[in-house]
Write a protein that binds this ligand. Structure first.
Ligand code: MN
Length: 290
């Protein structure tokens, strides 16, 4: 097996607010085009940020999504969400919410009420996972995955755990259903742990250091909040924790289709984009109270 080398290490771009509840660094597509990490076509990273107590929950009001899935991974804090197909829930620390927007949905996301009142550190990742043309027509659905439900691989010598959110690690299958082959792993590892990963050469692969710091392939150091993009060459790499760390590892088979994206719509052609906007304007995504 040949080594998968680092292509580049990105420091987080300046943060901006999404609504008033999410202070995010956009790695995808600000730092690379949407095909580079396809099927991961968007990544907003709310690095650890303290929100003061508020009786009015901060967040994002009603907005549409169509043509992809939103995956929210909560590291600190809690988010409540509702959508126009009648689903709602709370994403707590350690949980993952996997929403298939598919054919179109209205959505809102706010800090959970008690968290909002108490205030506290907030840290989350939101990924948009692209769907192939046929799967863009899927009915909206949710996978609410609690921290307990996530499949886990314990590392030797109590060096930590790899949570298998989706895909596979060391023959343990991930918890989430995905439409196309994706590996989404959360490594919570102790200082000194050296953890191997293997993915097909053509899969687009990256990692994000959520906490701590790691040395990759015994050569390159990545520190907290840095995004490491791998080359599409070779299959295997390893990360060594230089301190106690949490690392989000993502790898997926590219969906070999054109991407036409605008705001919260990710389609294949400009014509489909116009249609999506028209459907939204005509109220075809249902109704959701603000
Ligand atoms: Mn949303």
């Amino acid at each position: 097996m040949t080594t998968k080398n680092v292509s580049k290490i990105l420091t987080p771009p300046p943060a901006h607010f999404v609504g008033d509840g999410f202070r995010v660094h956009n790695f995808i597509p600000s730092e690379m085009n949407m095909q580079r990490m396809n099927p991961f076509v968007m990544m907003d990273y709310n690095s650890k940020h303290y929100f003061s107590p508020s009786n009015t929950p901060r967040g994002v009001g009603v907005h549409p999504h169509k043509g992809f899935e939103t995956v929210t991974i909560a590291y600190k804090g809690s988010v409540a969400h509702h959508d126009s197909s009648g689903n709602s829930g709370v994403i707590n620390e350690g949980d993952v919410q996997w929403m298939t927007a598919g054919s179109g949905v209205l959505h809102k996301e706010y800090h959970e009420e008690e968290f909002s009142k108490a205030g506290g550190d907030f840290q989350m990742v939101q990924l948009w996972v692209n769907l192939s043309a046929k799967d863009k027509k899927s009915k909206p659905k949710y996978q609410a995955i609690t921290h307990e439900q996530i499949a886990k691989v314990n590392l030797p010598e109590n060096k930590g755990v790899v949570e298998v959110i989706a895909g596979e690690y060391e023959n343990v299958k991930g918890t989430a259903f995905t439409f196309s082959p994706i590996h989404l792993l959360n490594a919570r590892i102790s200082k000194g742990a050296n953890v191997p990963f293997t993915f097909p050469e053509n899969y687009n692969t990256a990692l994000l250091v959520i906490e701590g710091g790691v040395k990759i392939n015994n050569t390159e150091n990545a520190s907290v909040n840095q995004f490491v993009l791998f080359k599409n060459e070779g299959e295997a790499f390893n990360i060594e924790a230089t301190e106690d760390s949490i690392v989000l590892v993502l790898s997926g088979e590219p969906i070999n289709e054109p991407i036409a994206a605008r705001g919260p719509f990710v389609m294949n052609t400009n014509e489909e984009l116009s249609q999506a906007i028209q459907e939204f304007n005509l109220g075809k995504f249902g109704y959701l109270e603000d």
